[in-house]
Design a protein around this ligand. Sequence first.
Ligand SMILES: NC(=O)c1ccc[n+]([C@@H]2O[C@H](COP(=O)([O-])OP(=O)(O)OC[C@H]3O[C@@H](n4cnc5c(N)ncnc54)[C@H](O)[C@@H]3O)[C@@H](O)[C@H]2O)c1
Length: 275
Amino acid sequence: MCCKRYLSKGVVSMSEEKRVAVITGSSRGIGKGIAEQLGKDGYAMVINGFNKDDVEKATKELADKGYQVVAAAGDISKKETHEMLVKTAVEHFGRLDTYINNAGIAHIGNLVDESAEDFHKIFATNVDSVLFGIQAAAAQFKKQNDGDKVRKIINASSIAGHIGYELLGAYSATKFAIRGLTQVAAKELGRDHITVNAYCPGIVGTDMWDYIDEKMVEINGGQKGQYLKAAIDGITMGRVEHPSDVANYVSYLASTKSDYMTGQAVQIDGGVQFI
Ligand SMILES: NC(=O)c1ccc[n+]([C@@H]2O[C@H](COP(=O)([O-])OP(=O)(O)OC[C@H]3O[C@@H](n4cnc5c(N)ncnc54)[C@H](O)[C@@H]3O)[C@@H](O)[C@H]2O)c1
């Protein structure tokens, strides 16, 4: 089997109130920050990422902090990975309440030079994955006898999903697409007591931004760190965004407090864009 389970202090029984989440791309960065916060909120969680060792390491760290977690590495551009993640949640924790399509990749380059291969790869990873996650989660939610309890699908878009950024053309297109999927899924699933929302981070200090900065230096020249610094200089709150800043908002989306909110894609960016 794919999964290694870690439980804090031998807790095995799930109370009726216990909530269960799948978080894709939670082996590091924003996803790991979300797992930390949802763990504090009392969620049991399926931890995912591309690299098996990274996923197991992150899962162990989270378990050591007392959270109920199970590791389930797998490529989220494949439909069967989402089915496996849902199955893992149900097998280990008995149900599913929240599905977070967080994993994604960046890609830097001018649109005029974009290869079909790179373009399809980023769409498969960032957009196909969200469609498959919505499908797998909705199928499970509809199977559960949850009455009028609201279940949640939460997708990672971006400030680049509201405004297109130079050199981030393909990436921006994927993040616009995620807003579209979020709105339509919200409309189609609302009567089933399922909400679908997105979060749109700004400039978060993760491996993704290290990669963006490095590629911008390759294309435009300059010094390592220069493009990240320039981006941070444009933030109203005067500092880089932390995964915990995003996680605080996702915590709200994953809670009953947001039960009447659906189809939205809110920018949580410290004041980068005002639209
Ligand atoms: N970092 C930012 O500034 C920023 C801003 C806006 C939006 N976002 C979005 O937030 C999400 C998380 O970004 P991050 O900065 O934490 O990125 P990151 O590169 O630090 O982490 C990405 C995570 O996704 C996983 N992943 C990537 N491809 C995968 C695949 N094919 N299958 C399974 N897992 C895969 C990785 O294993 C990792 O766990 C992404 O969707 C990203 O587009 C990030």
